[in-house]
Design a protein around this ligand. Structure first.
Ligand SMILES: C[S@@+](CC[C@H](N)C(=O)[O-])C[C@H]1O[C@@H](n2cnc3c(N)ncnc32)[C@H](O)[C@@H]1O
Length: 485
């Protein structure tokens, strides 16, 4: 192996137009103490980067990012390069794929999403879960985790990795609400949502956004049976692990909640006692650089909650028409400079594809000056995320089908995090809770054919001061609840 080329990050536009990185090493290539030391130093740096990001200190952030890169090169990449037992490139990913096909590989490795997808295609697997199932049976001595980071490791390796995050470059450690080594999301409006759903023994409830399982855990503790849906395999895996003690009272379902009714019907579930949706992304999704949601961390411009979804943010930015990009930024981000940003994106991508989060954030910053504390890319990133995951379309489909899944007296609770979502929920809930509708041209009000529920709370429930100070990410949360008549 040639260390000079093999230890650099593999950034390529081939074959999928995405930037990716593969880092592989044999289980014993590095002493576990060294890995633990690296993980500890990295946690400290990531925590300082988070603080700098919150304060908007771009200069300090850049300096810390460089320190982090230097640390990884010094403690991981250079020592690995000496061993000839590690590799960081697409070519090696191919080799790994071949070795796995031959069922003789006992490598510990971690792959970014894009690289795992490339492997999936190379191996002719239909889906990521099929690929993992085959690998699992090919390597019975290993424990496997699913996307976004695919990892296989021996028990000894796993114990080291458990001390840090499951994600290649996230920053949850040392952050309030995160526990080292776990997918951990601070659940928002926990008591309020649970109270609204009135969980009890014998009740069947649906958590359409299982995430880390925070709400579901409380529903299960109250004795209910829960169907938990999530489109993110890493969320499902984390929730399964966290909630294993509840055994068969928890059913984890993979998929998009836009199809919740259909998915449950396939499992023989027609009507339930309550439905919860805690819309949006989880903290691990946004904090994990590899997922590409955040402009604070360099990562591939991805933003897919479901890593198998067809269109990433990079696809939109590099292939959509200028007018489509401008519309996305305006409609989903209410970004006033949408046209100027779209124009700039199209100019830049003509020179080279825009493949990373920081590349896009820096480009937007050249169009928009920073005003106040908010980074100029905030609205554009929100907009792209909503477009990539068709978040409003999925919410709309859930709203339309939610009541049909409920028994009479069943509750439908939705937590939203921005005005576009809240507006949709508010309008729909108001519509179905009105016995009559009226129009100026009608002589008298008429019965409302959509009338099917009552508002449990007139106003949305928002986080208490206590919750806001413990978890600033809850600041824009709103809970609305209706009850089927
Ligand atoms: C805010 S988190 C939920 C956190 C969870 N309530 C908890 O307490 O741990 C939202 C989760 O919903 C998932 N999600 C968002 N939109 C979805 C959709 N349309 N279909 C399925 N899952 C979705 C995300 O992947 C994420 O894991």
């Amino acid at each position: 192996m040639n260390p000079a080329t093999s230890i650099t990050r593999a950034k390529t536009t081939e074959p999928q137009g995405t930037c990716y990185r593969v880092l592989m090493w044999e289980p014993s290539a590095l002493p576990s103490e060294q890995l633990a030391e690296w993980a500890a130093q990295r946690r400290t740096l990531l925590s300082r980067m988070r603080d700098a990001g919150i304060k908007g200190s771009r200069g300090l952030l850049g300096q810390l990012e460089n320190e982090l890169k230097a640390l990884t090169v010094k403690m991981i990449e250079e020592p690995l390069a000496q061993t000839e037992r590690a590799a960081f490139s697409f070519a090696r990913a191919e080799a790994l794929g071949e070795a796995l096909q031959a069922h003789d590989a006992v490598l510990a490795y971690r792959l970014g999403t894009a690289a795992a997808e490339i492997l999936m295609q190379m191996l002719g697997e239909e889906s990521m879960s099929d690929m993992l199932n085959h690998w699992q049976s090919a390597t019975p001595g290993m424990s496997w985790c699913s996307e976004p980071i695919v990892q296989a490791m021996t028990a000894a390796e796993a114990s080291v990795w458990q001390q840090e995050s499951r994600c290649e470059s996230d920053d949850e450690a040392d952050t309030p609400g995160y526990t080292s080594g776990e997918f951990h999301h601070v659940t928002v409006l926990l008591n309020e949502a649970v109270e609204a759903l009135q969980p009890a023994e014998g009740k069947v409830l649906v958590d359409a956004t299982l995430g880390g399982g925070g709400h579901t855990e409380r529903l299960l503790q109250a004795g209910a049976e829960v169907w938990g849906i999530d489109q993110d395999p890493s969320a499902r895996a984390a929730a399964k692990a966290r909630l294993a003690e509840f055994g068969e009272r928890l059913h984890v379902v993979a998929g998009n909640f836009r199809n919740a009714a259909e998915m449950l019907r396939k499992h023989g579930v027609e009507q339930v006692d309550g439905l919860l949706a805690d819309i949006g992304i989880s903290s691990p999704q946004v904090d994990c650089a590899e997922r590409g949601f955040s402009f604070l961390h360099e990562g591939p411009l991805d933003m897919r909650m479901n890593p198998s979804a067809p269109r990433s943010a990079a696809d939109i930015v590099n292939t959509a028409a200028e007018s489509e990009i401008a519309d996305i930024l305006w409609q989903y981000g209410e970004e006033r400079a949408s046209r100027a940003i779209a124009r700039r994106i199209v100019q830049e991508r003509a020179k080279a594809p825009i493949t990373t989060t920081t590349q896009l954030a820096d480009l937007i910053a050249t169009v928009l000056p920073r005003k106040g504390k908010q980074h100029p890319a905030t609205r554009s990133f929100q907009a792209l995320r909503i477009a990539v995951n068709d978040e409003l379309g999925a919410l709309d489909a859930l709203l339309q089908s939610g009541l049909s899944m409920l028994k009479s007296g069943g509750r439908f609770a939705v937590i939203t995090f921005h005005s576009l979502e809240d507006r949709a929920v508010k309008r729909y809930f108001e519509l179905v809770c009105k016995p009559e509708i009226d129009r100026p041209e009608w002589p008298a009000p008429r019965p409302n054919p959509a009338y099917a529920a009552r508002l449990v709370y007139r106003k949305p429930i928002t986080p208490t001061e206590q919750e806001l100070s413990a978890n600033p990410r809850s600041r824009s949360a709103k809970l609305r609840v209706i009850e089927k008549l």
